[in-house]
Design a protein around this ligand. Structure first.
Ligand code: ARG
Length: 453
């Protein structure tokens, strides 16, 4: 391929070190698609004849079929997907194959291939996230107005709707999809025509080329075009963020599925047993979802570190962009359907959740009661805290305290303070948009449907 200048052949270790074919062969469809579009531009610019174009297209189609039917025979000398396709094209189409690379470099070619591949991965990730969102939303609707303890610092805090907790995991995924869409807009820019670094001397129509390949526009600077892997880093950030969201959902599900909580039971299809302890049912689905976030974050760090010291140009370091990109996309494609299935089939024990609500979780509502009667919140907070401590000392619950105790803490208390000890009343009071009242959660569910529509 670049033999003219060389007399010696490559060291065997160096060859294995240098060859990217074992992993970049995955981009065969993108590589051939880009080459077909390039061939058409060569014909339009009168670099090749119509007959030569047809020969190139037929040859590329034949190579495509070999890959699609898993019968492409690679040679050890195939350095990467680009050289492999061109080598095979030469065998099938003859000398005309030597004209395909006119005005093109592997530098603009590989940048184009990776962008096309990343766009496919973004579309697949988007669809898989939607399925998980749909599972969360469907559960949120199925559980109605069931209550659960809401936690902060993993301490019982205030009652909330179970649907509210489910939807708290829906919206981060909505932001992930928005981030992916944003990333797609910056990925859908065409490097082809940038050549090695200075731009092609051929009068090709780059705008038409971009449109043919589903890109928004050609890159504005050829040197930037062959250097830019921002879109890879951006995709990896999106993947790392999705992984972090899945990990947080998983952590909640793992804790809630313990015997100590007993809030949720995972379906057998998403659990494993123990080879030693017959009673065990382990939440491996969610543990792996939590664990996989580590590799996703690692890929982002790896690519940023690889990019950091590079001069503005193509450098072989950039070949290291692909494996993290592929693995991140593969990890999402494995993880998201598991998350969706495990959520869709989980059974929530709303009785256990209701029973886990205690009076102390309504201490804020006691303070709110006093505020409604004119007390400054800071003071009301203190009064309510004194009552909580008193209940603790008397070994009873807040509502178990005699009315005298309330009266002693503040003259603002009336007999109706006992009405406060209703978690239903507590959640219903929180009816502003985005809060946990059943009316607000209904509106939230409608918003979630609109987001998925
Ligand atoms: N395999 C290379 C990569 O993945 C393709 C580009 C090679 N370009 C070059 N000038 N050596 O980055």
């Amino acid at each position: 391929m670049w033999g003219g200048r060389f007399s010696g052949s490559m060291n065997e270790h160096m060859a294995r070190f240098n060859n990217s074919f074992p992993f970049d062969r995955r981009m065969w469809a993108e590589d051939i698609r880009g080459s077909m579009a390039w061939a058409r531009q060569l014909a339009a610019a009168k670099i090749i004849t119509g007959a030569e174009l047809n020969a190139l297209l037929a040859g590329l189609e034949a190579v495509r079929a070999e890959f699609a039917e898993s019968r492409f025979a690679a040679l050890p000398s195939d350095e990467d997907i680009h050289t492999a396709v061109e080598r095979r094209l030469g065998e099938l189409a003859g000398a005309v194959a030597g004209k395909l690379h006119t005005g093109r470099s592997r530098n603009d070619q590989v940048a184009t291939d990776v962008r096309l591949w990343a766009l496919g991965a973004i579309a697949r990730a988007d669809a898989a996230i939607r399925d998980l969102q749909a599972a969360l939303l469907q559960q949120a609707e199925a559980v109605g107005n069931a209550l659960m303890p809401g936690y902060t610092h993993m301490q019982r805090a205030q009652p909330i709707l179970l649907a509210h907790w489910l939807l708290a995991h829906f919206w981060p995924l909505e932001r992930d999809r928005a981030r992916l869409a944003d990333c797609a807009a910056r990925t859908a820019v065409l490097p082809l025509g940038a050549g090695a670094l200075a731009g092609t001397p051929l009068h090709v129509d780059r705008a038409a080329l971009a449109a043919e390949l589903g890109m928004r526009a050609p890159t504005p600077n050829s040197l930037d075009a062959v250097s830019d892997r921002d879109f890879v880093a951006e995709f990896l950030f999106c993947a790392a963020m999705i992984g972090t969201h899945l990990s947080r959902l998983a952590e909640d599900m793992i804790i809630y599925s313990t015997s100590e909580f007993g809030f949720v039971m995972l379906d057998d299809a998403y659990s494993t047993g123990s080879s030693l302890m017959p009673q065990k049912k382990n939440p491996d689905s969610f543990e792996l979802l939590r664990g996989k976030s580590g590799r996703l974050i690692g890929h982002l760090m790896g690519v940023l570190t690889m990019l950091k010291g590079l001069p503005a140009a193509y450098d072989k370091d950039l070949q290291e962009d692909k494996e993290p990109l592929f693995d991140a996309a593969d990890t999402l494609e494995l993880a998201l359907p598991v998350a969706a299935g495990a959520i869709a089939t989980a059974r929530f024990n709303t009785t256990r959740m209701r029973a886990a609500l205690d009076d102390a979780m309504l201490a804020t509502d006691i303070a709110d009661y006093l505020v409604e009667r004119g007390m400054p919140f800071r003071e009301a907070h203190k009064v309510s805290g004194v009552l909580v401590r008193e209940a603790e000392q008397r070994n009873t619950t807040l509502s178990g305290l005699p009315f005298d105790a309330f009266r002693a803490a503040s003259a603002l208390f009336e007999e109706d303070v006992l009405d406060v000890f209703s978690p239903e009343r507590s959640v219903s009071a929180r009816s502003v948009p985005g809060a946990t009242a059943p009316t607000a959660v209904q509106a939230q569910i409608a918003q979630a449907h609109a987001a998925l529509a």
